[in-house]
Design a protein. Structure first.
Length: 202
């Protein structure tokens, strides 16, 4: 007799998730190498001279309120597929109570159509590589430094870098405050050759 309430709850949860907008259910492609059919050979990888994967954000990269300069971290990538034609960067964070595949994350950095001959972006992206979308608060374009209030605990932020088979023609050619996470996720579909992440805490 106790099985029926549990089954009803499971069905209700499934229906609620299915009823969400498609954009809210989108998540980045899985990391290459996680599937049994992953290609052999050097894997596309992303590193940073300033970030240690899974470690805390360095003090100098924190927001100005926390004593940092609030600029984007340097990134380097290697072993991109030979037919890579562009790169994209997505930095995101799932606030407490939100979940991949159910909710949209908060985005902190959206960059697309980075030239194919680039092997990274410097600290603060001084060369303005690529085209940038809206910041987290939809007030400007570009990077938003994580700036959690005091006492809010530690949060995880993930930077995805994607190698693409073509520039993302569905997105604007100039920096655009109207382009958000959902737009970039939709444009990426069908164009990702490889991807990798680096994660930090703040």
């Amino acid at each position: 007799m106790t099985r029926f309430p549990a089954l009803a709850l499971a069905i209700a949860l499934l229906c609620c998730t299915a009823a969400l907008p498609a954009a809210a259910q989108q998540t980045p492609p899985p990391k290459p190498g996680t599937e049994a059919t992953a290609p052999q050979g050097p894997r596309f990888t992303v590193t940073s001279s300033a970030l240690v994967d899974g470690a805390a954000l360095p003090d100098d990269l924190r927001c100005t309120r926390s004593g940092g300069d609030g600029v984007s971290p340097p990134l380097t990538w290697e072993n991109a597929p030979a037919d890579t034609q562009a790169y994209a960067i997505v930095m995101q964070h799932y606030p407490n109570g939100t979940y991949p595949g159910v909710n949209e994350p908060s985005h902190y950095w959206l960059v697309w159509n980075i030239p194919a001959d680039a092997d990274g972006v410097a600290r603060g992206n001084p060369e303005s590589l690529g085209v940038e979308g809206s910041d987290k608060d939809l007030r400007a374009t570009g990077y938003t430094p994580p700036c959690s209030p005091s006492g809010a605990g530690t949060h995880e932020y993930t930077i995805w870098v994607y190698a693409l088979d073509a520039p993302l023609a569905d997105l604007p050619e100039q920096d655009d405050i109207g382009t958000g996470w959902t737009d970039v996720m939709a444009a990426l579909k069908g164009h990702v050759l490889a991807g990798d992440t680096i994660t930090f805490l703040n």
